[in-house]
Design a protein around this ligand. Structure first.
Ligand code: COA
Length: 396
C-alpha cells in the first residue's frame, strides 16, 4: 500500500504543485505556461469555454483541475480565498491547483487555457478517428470492450494502465453491459480483464471526488451505486463466467462468489485488503465466502486480508479450475465455446434452480453490507486512512 498511496496522493493532490513558470506535462500534450508570444482574445477564451462543454471524452481529474485553475486565474486573478479544510478534498484540490499559479498574469492564464482546450479537442478528434476507439464509442463504453460472438458475450475491463481499477463510470458501464447481456441472444456471459490484471478493485480515487453535499452525500451515493452494481450480479439470469487472467483485488474478488464458474490463470492472486483501508466486505462475500470456504478461511481473507494464490483459491472452492498462464486463454475459450453450444434454455433454467432459492438472501446481504460500508466510509478509521495519505504527502 505504501508506494501505491504515495503515488495516489502525489497524483491527486500534488498534481498542481509544479512551478507554473515551467513546462507542465499532461497526457498527450505539453503546455508551456511561461510567457507566450500570442495573446488569446476574450472571444478565443469564450470559444474555448464552449468547446470544453462539447468534449466527448472526460479529460480526467488532473486536466479538469488545470482547466479550473487557469479559468479562475484568467477571470479573477491570483487565488485569495481561504484554504479549505483537509477533509474538503475536492475544494482543497481546486484551491491547490489555483493557488499554485501564483501571480501568473491573467492574459497568460487565458492563453494557456485556450492552448490546453485546443490540445484536448485535437487529441479527442484523432482518437475518435481510430477504429477500436470508435467501436467502443458506438457501444457507449469508455473502459470496457464488449463483444458477442459464438453465443458468448464477453465483457472485458479495459483500463490496463490502472490495472483495471473500477472507476465510478466503469461501475455504471459494467451494470449497463450486464443488463444488455442479460437480454441479448448469447447463451453465456464472461467477465475478464485486459492486460496483466483481472481487476485491482475499487478505484481509490473514487473516494476523492466529494460532491457539494460532503462526505455524507458521497457515502450515501456510493452505497446506492454499490448495491445496484452487486444486484446486477445477483440477478443475472444466464451462466456468468469469470475468466481471471491475472491478480484480482477487492470487489474483483468479492463478486466472484456470485459467478457460476471461475477460471483462473496460475498468475492470478486473490486479495481483499479491507482491513488496511478501514473498510468491510462487499459483493455478498460476507455470506458467500464462509459458505464456499468455511468461516475460518473466509475470516482470514475478509478480516485480515490474506492474499490467496490461484491454487489456494481453487482448493478453497472460490475458483473452479486453474490453468498454466501459457495455455490459459486457449484452453478456457475452447471450453467456453463448447459450453455455449449447449441448449440455452436448459442452462438458464438450471442456473435459476441452483441460484433462485438464495436470491432473496443475497439481496438482503447486499443491502446490509452497503449499509455498513456507508458508515465505514465516514468512520474514524477511514478518515485516519485519509490522514495517512495526507501526512505521507507532507513527507514527499
Ligand atoms: N485505484 C486507483 N488506481 C489504481 C488502483 C486502484 N485500485 N490500482 C492500481 N492503480 C493505478 C496506480 O495508481 C498506478 O497509476 P499511476 O501509474 O498513475 O501511478 C497504476 O494503476 C499502476 O499501478 P502500480 O501500483 O504502479 O502497479 P503495481 O503492479 O506496482 O501494483 C497494485 C498494483 C494493484 C498491487 C497496486 O496498484 C495497489 O495496491 N492498488 C490498490 C488496490 C486496492 O487497494 N484496491 C481497493 C481494494 S478495496
Amino acid at each position: 500500500m505504501t508506494e501505491f498511496s504515495r503515488r495516489l496522493v502525489r497524483r491527486c493532490w500534488l498534481s498542481a504543485v509544479q512551478n507554473p513558470l515551467q513546462v507542465i506535462s499532461f497526457p498527450a500534450l505539453q503546455l508551456h505556461v511561461s510567457g507566450t508570444a500570442m495573446r488569446a482574445s476574450q472571444e478565443d477564451f469564450e470559444n474555448a469555454m464552449n468547446q470544453v462543454k462539447l468534449l466527448k471524452k472526460d479529460p480526467g481529474n488532473e486536466v479538469k483541475l488545470k482547466l479550473y485553475a487557469l479559468y479562475k486565474q484568467a477571470t479573477e486573478g491570483p487565488c485569495s480565498i481561504p484554504k479549505p479544510g483537509v477533509f474538503d478534498l475536492t475544494n482543497k484540490a481546486k484551491w491547490d491547483a489555483w493557488n499554485v499559479l501564483g501571480n501568473l498574469p491573467k492574459e497568460t492564464a487565458r492563453q494557456n487555457y485556450v492552448d490546453l482546450v485546443s490540445s484536448l479537442t485535437s487529441s479527442s478528434k484523432s482518437s475518435s478517428q481510430a477504429k477500436p476507439g470508435a467501436d467502443r464509442e458506438r457501444q457507449g463504453y469508455e473502459n470496457l470492450v464488449v463483444t458477442s460472438e459464438d453465443g458468448i458475450t464477453k465483457i472485458m475491463l479495459n483500463r490496463p494502465i490502472k490495472k483495471n481499477a473500477i472507476s465510478t463510470q466503469m461501475y455504471h458501464e459494467i451494470m449497463l453491459a450486464l443488463k444488455t447481456a442479460s437480454k441479448d441472444d448469447s447463451t453465456i456471459t464472461v467477465l475478464t480483464g485486459n492486460g496483466d490484471y483481472y481487476c485491482s478493485g475499487n478505484d481509490l480515487t473514487n473516494f476523492t471526488d466529494i460532491p457539494a453535499g460532503g462526505v455524507e452525500e458521497k457515502a450515501k451515493n456510493s452505497a446506492l451505486m454499490l448495491r445496484d452494481f452487486v444486484g446486477c450480479f445477483i440477478d443475472f439470469p444466464k451462466p456468468l463466467i469469470a475468466v481471471v487472467n491475472g491478480p484480482a483485488v477487492g470487489i474483483g474478488v468479492t463478486t466472484l462468489g456470485l459467478f457460476d464458474v471461475v477460471y483462473a490463470s496460475d498468475k492470478a492472486t486473490f486479495h481483499t485488503p479491507f482491513g488496511h483501508l478501514g473498510l468491510s466486505p462487499e459483493g455478498c462475500s460476507s455470506y458467500t465466502f464462509p459458505k464456499i470456504m468455511g468461516p475460518a478461511k473466509a475470516a482470514e481473507m475478509l478480516i485480515f486480508g490474506k492474499k490467496l494464490t490461484a491454487r489456494e483459491a481453487c482448493a478453497q472452492g472460490l475458483v473452479t479450475e486453474v490453468f498454466p498462464d501459457s495455455i490459459f486463454q486457449k484452453e478456457v475459450w475452447t471450453r467456453l465455446k463448447a459450453y455455449s453450444k449447449l441448449p440455452p434454455n436448459a442452462m438458464r433454467v438450471s442456473k435459476q434452480v441452483i441460484r433462485n432459492t438464495e436470491k432473496e438472501k443475497l439481496h438482503a446481504v447486499n443491502a446490509e453490507e452497503c449499509r455498513v460500508l456507508r458508515e465505514r466510509w465516514m468512520s474514524d478509521e477511514c478518515i485516519n486512512a485519509a490522514m495517512n495519505f495526507l501526512s505521507r504527502r507532507a513527507k514527499l
